[in-house]
Design a protein around this ligand. Structure first.
Ligand SMILES: *[C@@H]1O[C@H](CO)[C@@H](O)[C@H](O)[C@H]1NC(C)=O
Ligand SMILES: *[C@@H]1O[C@H](CO)[C@@H](O)[C@H](O)[C@H]1NC(C)=O
Length: 434
């Protein structure tokens, strides 16, 4: 039989009719619950320093460089802002309270609520082990016996991953109140975590994409400034952005593919002047921080943006320049810089220049919420600055961390397929809630 002409349009019609089902997926959004897990400003500052050290060391180790582990052995303080999402695993499902982390990429459950094996559980026979080292999540985890399973992971009704790799921890971790981690960092970070292979593990974002649940490997993060210790003030969007949560445009900055600058989401943003990567392939991102109109705080530096870090960390020399510009004095009881109300009245904005766009970080954004002063061991009428010292001089590859205090003022977009990261202002960029 000869193909007649009418066959062709029919075939095309089928393709056209089918196409929207395959590609036309709206981004999926779900809320994040914030918990401030902190008893003292000192511990908060220390926790961020340790996390910075861990991130730096992981990148160095991966690039085969010698790592000074000494600092990592400092006592772990574990105090930070934590974001929780309730995620269901299995069928029938058990719901786990998972910490959402852009700084790690394995997902695991079972620390507090036992992992319940159901008909959808599949023991892969492999062990899985992630060394969180220090910082928000502590090195405790690395000692847990853990097994890798694949299972159905329900993030929202619209986002059901039918076969996601998860690590299963024993109940005895002492990580009380939380069941594990939803790792939404770059896939690279899963390499070396399986006991029986060096393969990477698809992250929840990779699986959502490969199972056709989202169109793009994009995650967007939105937080509102809040003065409550525990509140739903955040939102994670998968497969795109939530247009209702930012103002103006999202400005994207191309990321460098040069290893290991690309190791963490954040190093993408800056990727400059870092001994961790090859300067000759520098994409030429214009990056600096100034205080007010004219005081240079930091110039040409590499750093990261991180949901797992609470404060804004700067390299020691930049931190000193900031302290001098603001008149902030180190407060021994809190571990943060403290200013008088006259100095607060005179405080000027910090200007972050990322990829040629300037983001204004207002005076109010630079202070710890005064209603939470006592939560960090401060006095009720004190004024404490949220800028902390990362503990190393600039030029060492991780010269700043834009933590939660930055992310609650700017919407951020992590676009792995297009190797770019975006920022936008929000209705809360200029909020005076602190
Ligand atoms: C919260 O802080 C306490 C120390 O004050 C620590 O023992 C605990 O592990 C922290 N929780 C998390 C989830 O980091
Ligand atoms: C914040 O305030 C500054 C100074 O008043 C203004 O220039 C800027 O446009 C405001 N930004 C937003 C996002 O509203």
């Amino acid at each position: 039989m000869r193909l007649n002409a009418s066959f062709v349009p029919l075939f095309l019609a089928v393709v056209v009719a089918t196409k929207p089902v395959i590609v036309d997926r709206s981004p999926i959004t779900f809320p994040l619950l914030k918990k401030l897990n902190v008893t003292s400003g000192h511990n908060l500052v220390q926790s961020g320093k340790q996390r910075a050290q861990l991130l730096r060391n992981q990148a160095l180790r991966k690039s085969g460089q010698a790592v000074d582990d000494v600092l990592v052995d400092e006592p772990v303080t574990n105090e930070a802002v934590i974001y929780i999402a309730d995620i269901a695993v299995g069928s029938p499902a058990t719901t786990y309270h998972l910490i959402v982390d852009t700084g790690s990429s394995n997902t695991w459950v079972g620390a507090d609520t036992d992992y319940a094996e159901t008909t959808t559980s599949d023991d892969t026979g492999s062990g899985v082990s992630v060394s969180y080292g220090s910082g928000s999540f502590s090195g405790k985890f690395r000692f847990l016996p853990r097994e890798e399973y694949t299972d159905t992971v329900t993030i929202t009704d619209d986002l059901v991953l039918s076969s996601q790799s998860i690590g299963v921890a024993s109940r005895s971790s002492g990580f009380s109140g939380y069941d594990g981690i939803l790792g939404i960092g770059p896939t690279d970070l899963t390499e070396g975590t399986l006991s029986n292979s060096n393969a990477e593990i698809p992250t929840v974002v990779d699986t959502a994409f490969s199972e056709g649940l989202i169109d793009e490997q994009v995650i967007s993060v939105y937080f509102e400034p809040t003065t409550e210790e525990e509140v739903e003030n955040g939102e994670l969007t998968w497969g795109g952005v939530d247009d209702s949560k930012y103002t103006g445009e999202i400005n994207y900055t191309p990321v460098t593919n040069t290893y290991p600058a690309s190791y963490y989401w954040g190093t993408y943003i800056l990727g400059l002047r870092s001994p961790l990567h090859d300067l000759t392939t520098d994409p030429g991102i214009d990056q600096s921080i100034t205080y007010g109109n004219s005081v240079t705080i930091l110039d040409n530096n590499a750093g990261i943006t991180d949901t797992g870090t609470t404060l804004l960390y700067l390299a020691t020399d930049a931190y000193n320049a900031y302290a001098e510009a603001t008149g902030g004095e180190y407060d021994n009881s809190v571990g943060l810089l403290s200013i008088t109300s006259a100095q607060f009245d005179a405080l000027e904005s910090l200007f972050f220049s990322i990829g040629g766009v300037t983001y204004e970080f207002t005076p109010n954004a630079q202070i710890w919420p005064r209603s939470l002063n006592t939560a960090i061991g401060g006095s009720e009428d004190g004024i404490y600055l949220v800028v902390a010292d990362v503990g190393t001089p600039s030029g060492q590859g991780l010269d700043f961390i834009n933590g939660y205090v930055f992310l609650e003022r700017f919407y951020s977009v992590y676009d792995s397929a297009n190797s770019q990261i975006g920022f936008a202002t929000t209705p809360f960029t200029n909020a005076t809630s602190n």
